[in-house]
Ligand binder design. Sequence first.
Ligand code: P6P
Length: 333
Amino acid sequence: MASHPKHGLVTVAQHIIEQQRNHPTATGQFSWLLSGITLATKIIESHVRRAGITNVLGETGESNVQGELVQKLDLIANETIMRCLGYRGNIGILVSEEEDEPRIIKNTSGSGNYVVLFDPLDGSSNIDVNVSIGTIFSILHKREDVWPSDGPEKHVLQPGIRQLAAGYVVYGSSTVLAYTTGDGVHMFTLNPDIGAFVLHQEGVIMPDVGKTYSINEAYRASFPQGIQDYLEWAKTDNYSQRYIGSLVADFHRTLLRGGVFLYPPTKKSPEGKLRLLYEANPMAFLAEQAGGAATDGQHRIMEKTPQHMHERTPLIIGSKSEVERVHQFLEKG
Ligand code: P6P
């Protein structure tokens, strides 16, 4: 990637403001909101980097609404985001993987027009073995056609095509933020010397082909026949298999190198394992903005209307031609 004169000099805060200039109706509220998210991820990063020495490794002994054992860092990440966003003054509703119900933020100014949905620390089962993990976020505008007496669900259960922005931070060998507001995907690296995310790639384009598939083949026997047939074909066509078991890390590689990530329905997770609102939708927005595709094996992820907050979905996401090839096998299967 050719070095860009802006690289290393533009912080994510500056970039967000520049992006907002492309939206004449933007009031700066949005930029203020996104800066709350980047602040939270810098705090989370500081905990992740020192996990082994600050006794935040391991489980809390509790389970979350997903029925998953909650890691100490999950709770720290969740509370950090809740605190950083709760006082921004322009957010109305926060939805977290770690919380059963939406958290309604009482805004004195009454301008809480945004809904922020997030997985505070995705891949947390990898924390104790030092594998990359990440934070995923999605931003919606509250709906105009909802009565105050209606519960928060109507604002939350919107299809992914209504996202205003989406992104993730991957806490890997370096800490990288990727985000989109619908004008392409842009990437920033956290410079620990100055404590700022600085631009390193604008307008990221996912390669249209990539001979890599990413899937947990331990569940192969319970995959739909079309997926099993695709895997057979890929092996005969010299594909590589890469699977980290952390969606943010597997997606980040797919976004940059091309290929396809698949989490199909399995016997253990007949609806798929990944959550529509705060995992599949934000990744689908990024994938499409980078020229890729994201489906559930039948429908475009971003056109699915959620029925409940923690709804799960199968996910096939990556290079457009690779996703289309998987669909060809599913149609035959
Ligand atoms: P499996 C992590 O727990 C996660 O939610 C995603 O980050 C990841 O893609 C998936 O689950 C891994 O699931 O069943 O392969 O361990």
